[in-house]
Design a binder for this molecule. Structure first.
Ligand code: PMP
Ligand code: GLN
Length: 418
């Protein structure tokens, strides 16, 4: 018998979205004192210049509400950095909005861009906040799953025919994420050209490009933005986040750049929730964007240092998982981003875990509780109709401290010898 009271019958909009993998697995890792290679927050300290910048901002009395669209010194810095990147003049007053992390950028984008019944084409897997953000704003996500690599290979491919057939007159937005969470795909020039060609057939569609991992690119790959292809700038919103760039996810400072019309739509959502993002962090990030261009720890600039750190961690984590014989994982080398996915072998885990869960959830719970290493199940990144595609895949974070990988290695080496 339902014990729901009359006043508890509140909005249905949020009802289906009470669970996330973060609210399950981060507490589970803490409870089990597991090495947390799950949720994607840096396990190391942010640089000293970043901490100093926040102290400087607050000491400079940058402590009151900021301009809603973004604190002036920060939007000016963003216009400078992204003007250089996109090779165009960016107007800091009309083509930039500062958000409460990229998460608010995503929510505000959908609030400002879609109406009831509008369709949004997303590529799957996709970062888990996209689907709730679309549905809570009345839209319908239309997922186009990537083709997973064959065992031993690394490339996730786009089925272009399937992508093209996902568009119709009801499609209002196309969303892309590069470098990609969770699979670490970096979309190539050729792929983006083909996607742009499809978008040019659909002039009714606006674009959201989530590029929060823009600086974490491996080998000789380049980070490219869909906004720079075939005059898509005007109808594209490109998102990023200081959380990822400066290892300060708790500051929740992100931004969107793009054509004035789409930026105004986001800025209007943002104007009413939350009005502005917090000023000291904005002031600090403005300082950090200047410092980031200077030589850092023996590298020509901070971004190259960051890229090198993540490249080293990718190697360490890949080798660790490859050599953990008792886990029998098949790790897939990422091309960019904070994560590395691996195929699981359900036969290595306690059978009891498989009685109530798909292999990815069973493996993640077992690894966290029994082996004391936390990972994230990848079916969480798919729509219900495509979850099967992620059920053999788990995601490990590259953004942890060297000591975390050492701790994980210790566990797995001991485990191997037992
Ligand atoms: N997009 C992707 C792909 C992410 O992985 C994250 C990480 N949380 C976000 C957006 C949100 O970023 P933020 O922490 O700035 O809200
Ligand atoms: N982006 C991070 C991840 O994918 C954290 C997600 C979150 O905390 N919402 O792990």
């Amino acid at each position: 018998m339902s014990s729901i009271r009359a006043w508890q019958k509140l909005s249905n909009r949020t009802e289906p979205f009470q669970y996330t993998v973060w609210t399950e697995f981060t507490p589970l890792a803490i409870k089990n004192q597991a090495v947390n290679l799950g949720q994607g927050f840096p396990g190391f300290k942010c640089p000293d210049f970043v901490k100093q910048a926040l102290a400087d901002a607050t000491n400079a009395d940058e402590n009151q509400y900021a301009r809603s669209q973004g604190f002036l010194p920060l939007v000016q810095e963003i216009a400078r950095v992204y003007g250089r990147k996109h090779n165009r003049e960016i107007n800091p007053l009309t083509e930039v909005v500062v958000t409460v992390g990229a998460t608010e950028g995503i929510m505000s984008s959908f609030l400002g861009m879609i109406d009831e019944g509008d369709e949004v084409v997303i590529i799957e897997p996709s970062f888990d906040c996209y689907i709730p953000a679309i549905i809570m704003n009345g839209g319908k996500p239309v997922g186009v799953p990537l083709i997973p690599p064959q065992p031993g290979e690394t490339l996730w491919n786009i089925d272009f025919e399937r992508l093209e057939s996902a568009f119709n007159e009801r499609t209002r937005v196309f969303m892309i994420n590069t470098p990609h969470n969770p699979i670490g795909k970096v979309f190539s020039r050729q792929e983006l050209e083909r996607i742009a060609a499809i978008l040019n057939k659909w002039p009714n569609v606006a674009i959201i490009s989530d590029e929060v991992y823009e600086y974490v690119i491996f080998d000789d790959r380049e980070h490219l933005s869909i906004a720079d292809f075939s005059n898509l700038w005007e109808r594209t919103v490109t998102l990023s986040s200081a959380g990822k760039i400066f290892s300060i996810t708790g500051w929740k400072t992100g931004w969107a750049v793009g054509g004035p019309y789409v930026i105004k739509k986001i800025a209007t959502s943002h104007l009413w929730n939350p009005y502005c993002s917090n000023t000291p962090c904005q002031g600090a990030v403005a300082r950090c964007l200047r410092i980031a261009d200077e030589p850092y720890n023996g590298f020509p600039n901070y971004y190259l240092w960051l890229r090198n750190e993540y490249s080293r961690k990718r190697e360490i984590l890949y080798n660790l998982l490859k050599n953990a014989k008792t886990l029998n994982l098949d790790p897939i080398m990422p091309e960019g981003g904070f994560f590395l996915c691996a195929r699981v072998d359900p036969s290595v885990i306690d059978r009891s875990y498989l009685e109530t869960a798909t292999p990815d959830f069973a493996f993640s719970r077992w690894l966290t509780e029994q082996i004391k290493i936390c990972t994230i199940p990848c079916s969480a990144f798919y729509l219900p109709e495509h979850k099967q595609d992620g059920e053999n895949l788990v995601r490990f974070a590259l953004c942890k401290d060297y000591s975390d990988y050492e701790a994980a290695a210790k566990i797995l080496i001991n485990d191997n010898s037992s």
